[in-house]
Design a protein around this ligand. Sequence first.
Ligand SMILES: Cc1cc2nc3c(=O)[nH]c(=O)nc-3n(C[C@H](O)[C@H](O)[C@H](O)COP(=O)(O)O)c2cc1C
Length: 429
Amino acid sequence: MKLVSRNFATPDSHKLAVYEQSGGYARIRKALEMEPQKIIDEVITSNLRGLGGAGFPAGRKWSFLPKGNPKPRYLVVNADEGEPGTCKDKYIMTYDPHLLLEGIMIASWAINSHTCFIYIRGEYVKQARILEEAIAEAKAAGYLGDKIFGKDFPLEVIVHRGAGAYICGEETSLLNSLEGQRGWPRLKPPFPAVEGYLACPTIVNNVETISYVPWVIELGGQKFAELGSERNGGLRLYSVSGCVNKPGVYELPMGTPLREIIFEHAGGLPEGRTLKAVIPGGSSAPVLTAAEIDIPMDFDSLAKAGSMLGSAGIIVFDDSVNLVEALAVLIRFYAHESCGQCTPCREGTGWMRKIIARVLDGGGRPADPDNLLRIANNIIGRSICPLGEAASLPVIGFVTKFRAEFEEYIATSRKVDAPATTSRMAAAL
Ligand SMILES: Cc1cc2nc3c(=O)[nH]c(=O)nc-3n(C[C@H](O)[C@H](O)[C@H](O)COP(=O)(O)O)c2cc1C
């Protein structure tokens, strides 16, 4: 079964006429006949979780909007998609921008918002253009603007391009960036639903989350919930990359076993290779060993196993991958992307980068695995936003679960003997 990926292979699927041929914009017509609260109730029943990373139930978030607050409400769609290993929102925006717009219309009606921003990462130039074209088509058809579908309900959708900072995917940094300020996270509470864009009540939802909303309306909350696993409704897009025969984006039910995704849908590993490790939910998610992949891919099961479903970016490592080098790439990313506002994250990620660089360069010390663990554990819980955790959890996972590989690397590497690739990597760090 396919829902949000249903039109991906249809020629010209990004055009309004093609979208309408497949039943597009029927759900917003239905929604406009419903009471806004009824839509929120259906989304709560559907168990639709936030698919940007944190997995917060979408309907519950919408119901946190303060009642009786005279300020305008905003909907902000998070299209920053910066998590390494994740490329699903890009597919929706490329191949089905009208599905996202229909989701925006339904959500806006439900929460009574007349302005929606789509905050899109700067590198998605093509997708920003496709969205602009789709918005123009919808406007010309009377689906956006002063009256949507003839109803006395104005709605504008504005595409706002970011400048390529991972931190601006974090919702409060995103809001600061949208306001024209430096993309630094805000302390929470207050949460954006209470005080968000320009201190007004604001719902921030991921592209994929909003794109499932038309399907909740079409199927009904209960039916949508039944497609997934307990408390994790519906389907979702899994991005699979790394050492598999068929990397790609697969839409499957919530709770699909990780083993099935890797070995059936993504075609398994290259011949002769064995599985070493898997990152299940984007690079911030703690790594799983080959023995841990018989697990349902939903938020609750992965949390129970000490990892995260996050953005469902699955990165597969086979036995050809050196995990010390793989972790070095991740540490470098987080140290580069730490915004620098708070000391534990700014300094801690920098220290971890220096340590892993010297390990790669043949200068590692026996205490370095513990040094990495100590620094990572001191960042957790002490940073303003979860980027600190995002940087630390992979370190703790890799070093704890594959400690022998780190110790062997340190014991056997010598500066003069270090292979050229390693030295180049260390220099790049
Ligand atoms: C460092 C960091 C980066 C993030 N990047 C993204 C992102 O690129 N896209 C996204 O949707 N959520 C991202 N998030 C999560 C958002 O803060 C927020 O939880 C999400 O947009 C809410 O939408 P959802 O409830 O639909 O998932 C990020 C969070 C952190 C801490």
